[in-house]
Design a protein around this ligand. Structure first.
Ligand SMILES: Nc1nc2c([nH]c(=O)n2[C@H]2C[C@H](O)[C@@H](COP(=O)(O)OP(=O)(O)OP(=O)(O)O)O2)c(=O)[nH]1
Length: 134
């Protein structure tokens, strides 16, 4: 049976309605696809705690986590990813790509121009349908 991993992704907005998008590097799984920065929820961790920890590790800044946006189960060839995305804002520091190939602030309306990890598409759709209060 395929393993299911619980993963949280931060949809980080700036004050110009742009979203911070992260490009997975060619040494990561799902190489060269865009994602919402975040990672796997560890035992005993709350989803919000995972997000703050992962963003600190990956981007070197501190976020405040706001409301949940979407929950998706996506079956990849090797694993089922249970992706939970949350709206977030940066409260301290400047994001820098420590693990990703690239970080890019993308205007909300242009999100579809990136090639996303498949599990992220429903979140992008919710964002574009304006179901999230910014
Ligand atoms: N962080 C993050 N991961 C995502 C997203 N969409 C998506 O399918 N994933 C997948 C990629 C990974 O398989 C898993 C998250 O694991 P991770 O961020 O800890 O990445 P990793 O490269 O260390 O994991 P692995 O797959 O190499 O074991 O979820 C997303 O938006 N953000």
């Amino acid at each position: 049976m395929k393993k299911t991993v619980r993963v949280v992704g931060a949809v980080i907005f700036d004050n110009q309605n742009r979203v911070l998008c992260a490009l997975r590097s060619n040494t990561m799984s799902l190489p060269n696809l865009w994602e919402f920065p975040g990672g796997k929820v560890e035992k005993g961790e709350k989803e919000e705690e995972t997000l703050v920890r992962e963003i600190h590790e990956e981007l070197g800044c501190t976020i405040q986590v706001h409301e949940k946006i979407e929950e998706v189960h996506y079956e990849y060839p090797q694993v089922i990813v249970n992706l939970l995305t949350y709206k977030a804002t940066i409260i301290e520091g400047e994001p820098k790509a420590k693990e990703h190939a690239e970080l890019r602030w993308v205007p909300l309306q242009d999100l579809k121009s990136l090639e996303w990890a498949p599990a992220d598409i429903p979140t992008v759709d919710v964002l574009l349908a304006n179901k999230v209060n910014i």
